[in-house]
Design a protein around this ligand. Structure first.
Ligand code: F42
Length: 145
C-alpha cells in the first residue's frame, strides 16, 4: 500500500508541509484571511494512499465540522468520496493530533445548525453554496473511541 501522496496543488501541499513540519505552529491559517485551518489525514478510496487535506477549522464542542465546499466548484472534492469510503481520519488542530471518526450529515435540522457554525467560522461558505447547484456536503468528526 503506498504511503503519503501529497496534493497535486502546490499551495495545498506547501501548507500541509509547513503546518505539519512546524508541529502546528506555522501555516495554520488560510492565506491572508488569518482564519484557522485543520489538517485532515485520510485514505484514498482507490489507491489506499495517505492523503492530507487542509480544511477550515469549524468546531462544535469536542467535534469538528468538515465542509466539502471546494470554492463552490460544481463537483464534490475527491476527499469527500474518500471519507464516505473510509471514515477513520486523523485531525490536526495546531499542535493537537487526534484520531477521529467522521459521519456525513443527512438530517436537515442538524445540517441547518452546523451550516450556521460553518458560515460563522468562514463566511465565504455562503457564497460558495450560492454558486453551485450541488448541496455542499458536511461531515462531523468525532473523537474515535
Ligand atoms: N477545501 C474544502 O473543500 N473546504 C475547505 O474548508 C477548505 C479549506 C482550505 C484551507 C486551506 C487550504 O490550503 C485548502 C483548503 N481547501 C478546502 C482545499 C482542500 O485542501 C482541497 O485541496 C480541495 O478541497 C480539493 O480536494 P480534492 O480531494 O479534490 O483534491 C484534489 C486536488 C486532489 O488531491 N486530487 C488528487 C489527484 O491526484 O488528482 C486525488 C486524490 C485522491 O484522494 N485520490 C483517491 C485515492 O484513492 O487516492 C482516488 C480518487 C477518486 O477518483 O476517487
Amino acid at each position: 500500500m503506498p504511503d503519503y501522496i501529497p496534493s497535486p496543488r502546490q499551495w495545498v501541499r506547501d501548507q500541509v508541509e509547513l503546518y505539519e513540519g512546524s508541529g502546528g505552529t506555522q501555516g495554520t491559517t488560510l492565506r491572508d484571511t488569518g482564519l484557522p485551518v485543520v489538517i485532515v489525514t485520510h485514505r484514498g478510496n482507490k489507491t489506499g494512499a495517505v492523503r492530507k487535506t487542509p480544511l477550515m477549522r469549524v468546531k462544535d464542542g469536542a467535534n469538528y465540522v468538515l465542509v466539502g465546499s471546494m470554492g463552490g466548484a460544481p463537483t464534490n472534492p475527491v476527499w469527500v468520496h474518500n471519507l464516505r469510503a473510509n471514515p477513520a481520519i486523523e485531525l490536526r488542530d495546531h499542535a493537537e493530533v487526534q484520531r477521529m471518526k467522521v459521519r456525513e450529515v443527512d438530517n436537515e435540522k442538524e445540517r441547518a445548525r452546523l451550516w450556521k457554525l460553518a458560515v460563522a467560522a468562514y463566511p465565504p461558505y455562503e457564497e460558495y453554496q450560492a454558486k453551485t447547484t450541488r448541496q455542499i456536503p458536511l461531515f462531523v468528526a468525532e473523537p474515535a473511541r
